[in-house]
Design a protein around this ligand. Structure first.
Ligand code: PLP
Length: 412
């Protein structure tokens, strides 16, 4: 009887195309954290750029607009998204100097995450190469590989405020290169790229006829007067896909709502854009209630300067975390000009780390603190980690204290 039952059990293996897809920042370290939680331990989690659990809520005005529209949100919307939200996105881009964007060039999605995958699915054939920063937000590399392409990493230079190294970028371009990914402001480094560097990157894209995919989800989270330049505004002559969304500035990560804006000359890309439309149609539409947050969010009901100026929560937390982190012997860190993360370096002379993922597991087990390992962001070395500074100052103090205690005795 038992053997008969076994005969019906089919071996279910994952698709071979997943063999090359990594998303380690949610891999073994997170699994170990869940096990420790299940065993009753409380884990201090500074591994995710998710504002809500840290008490950073969306403005009431935005939420009340969504509530008002819940009953009109029962049906599917246009596959690209509701008109009022696409209008609001097009106007927002116009105000930011990106010309010629109309609502028909705006696709809404269930977060930037969905739109990243869609934009690459529509583009890539096996063997196609896409330039991606190292370190990167690893969904980009994972999604390129998932779509059969090949992620080719260009170096960002810690000595130059983590700006991309243009020479290295140029050296990575081949006749298989289809697109260049820009993540600015950057996760995990917090870099906000200089105008000159961006112009240099766009020049390479122009010369080599590359599609530009620019992830600007942190475009308004800037410190100390840093200026964000939108790639689409700097290069109106190039086809640029700009991605953004409600998860960070607007503190609505759980709404899963984002946009993809197509700017520049579109005539030579109608085939690709038809493919994008096909994929948008196939998923019917993005979540409709969440789309109702876009118009109030982009239309002026959200101003986050109070969080970013001296005395504001994000600014004070960044300053505190950076000072406390860089006071640990052997730890240096670029002071982030944007976004929500510190990406410190542990001097390999002081901390010879062979396996930084294992280090994160050891940190969890010894201090019940959850951070992310640098190589999980496609950095080729094992000497960095990422910490989110969304938590309040006392919590950051506790966390960095735990890290310092851990490091003082840690050797691999
Ligand atoms: N892009 C970057 C650079 C991110 O850091 C994140 C989330 O941390 C995302 C995209 C995902 O955004 P969404 O919540 O809109 O899917």
């Amino acid at each position: 009887m038992a053997s008969e039952r076994r005969d019906h059990n089919v071996q279910v293996a994952q698709a071979s195309r997943l063999g090359n897809v990594r998303y380690d920042i949610r891999g073994p370290v997170l699994r170990r954290a869940r096990q420790l939680e299940a065993a009753g331990h409380e884990i201090l989690k500074l591994n995710l750029g998710n504002p809500a659990p840290f008490g950073l809520d969306a403005p009431d005005d935005v939420l009340s607009d969504v509530v008002k529209h819940v009953s009109d949100s029962q049906g599917y919307s246009d596959a690209r998204g509701i008109q009022s939200a696409r209008d609001a996105v097009a106007q927002f881009f116009d105000r930011r100097g990106v010309t010629g964007v109309s609502p028909e060039h705006v696709f809404l999605g269930n977060g930037v995450s969905e739109l990243i995958v869609m934009s690459l699915q529509a583009l890539l054939d096996p063997g196609d190469e896409v330039l991606v920063p190292s370190p990167d937000y690893p969904l980009w590399t994972g999604a390129i590989n998932l779509c059969g392409g090949s992620a080719v990493h260009y170096r960002c230079d810690e000595q130059n405020d983590w700006n991309p190294d243009l020479e290295h970028l140029a050296s990575k371009i081949t006749d298989r290169t289809r697109a260049m990914v820009i993540i600015n402001p950057n996760n995990p480094t917090g870099a906000v790229y200089s105008r000159e560097i961006l112009l240099g990157m766009l020049d390479l894209a122009r010369t080599h006829r590359l599609l530009v995919l620019t992830d600007e989800i942190y475009d308004q989270i800037l410190y100390d007067g840093a200026v964000h330049n939108s790639a689409a505004a700097l290069a109106p002559d190039l086809l640029v896909l700009t991605l953004g969304g409600l998860s960070k500035t607007y503190r609505l990560a759980g709404f899963r709502s984002g946009w993809l804006v197509i700017s520049g000359p579109r005539e030579h890309a109608t085939d690709y854009l038809d493919g994008l439309e096909l994929l948008a149609n196939m998923r019917l539409c993005p979540n409709v209630p969440a789309q109702h947050a876009i118009e109030p969010a982009l239309g002026g009901k959200v101003d986050i300067t109070h969080l970013l100026e001296p005395g504001g929560r994000l600014r004070d937390q960044r300053d505190f975390a950076w000072q406390r982190m860089t006071a640990i012997p052997g730890v240096t860190c670029y002071q982030p000009a944007g976004a929500l993360y510190l990406f410190p370096r542990l001097d390999p002379e002081v901390y010879p780390i062979r396996d930084d993922e294992q280090m994160m597991i050891d940190l969890l087990e010894q201090q019940y603190l959850l951070l992310s390992h640098g190589s999980g962001f496609n950095l080729p070395t094992t000497d960095h980690l990422r910490m989110v500074f969304l938590a309040t100052v006392p919590v950051l103090d506790d966390a960095i204290g735990r890290l310092a205690r851990f490091l003082s005795g840690y050797r691999q």
